[in-house]
Design a protein around this ligand. Sequence first.
Ligand code: FAD
Length: 88
Amino acid sequence: MKVMAQDAAAKQDAGRDVRTEASMIKVFATEMATLVIDRAMQTFGAMGVTKEMPLQLMAQKVRTMRVYEGPTEVHRMVVARRQMALWR
Ligand SMILES: Cc1cc2nc3c(=O)[nH]c(=O)nc-3n(C[C@H](O)[C@H](O)[C@H](O)COP(=O)(O)OP(=O)(O)OC[C@H]3O[C@@H](n4cnc5c(N)ncnc54)[C@H](O)[C@@H]3O)c2cc1C
């Protein structure tokens, strides 16, 4: 994730179009965060799903990110369309 962000930032600094990289980062970061939080919840069992821990709040926040930063499906479609355009 850090390398993806650094790569996109370097391209942006060089004046390049980074819309594809931005979409890839949003999909990867939000899906990875979803997975990590879910595994942490599972690891803590009942405690992981109570308000005693911040995991429930984190899961709720990350879940909305997969919509408000542009739905994951739309980012995937945009990345695929741009990649197809490169091959034409
Ligand atoms: C907390 C929050 C804050 C927000 N803040 C802002 C803001 O500051 N500025 C702003 O402009 N907007 C904001 N939004 C709106 C947000 O950008 C939209 O909700 C988002 O783009 C999805 O649009 P929609 O809700 O109309 O869902 P829809 O477009 O109806 O999509 C619903 C679902 O259908 C699927 N889908 C949609 N299109 C496709 C497709 N082409 N291919 C495959 N599947 C598809 C996806 O699974 C998607 O999640 C915010 C939303 C939330 C929840």
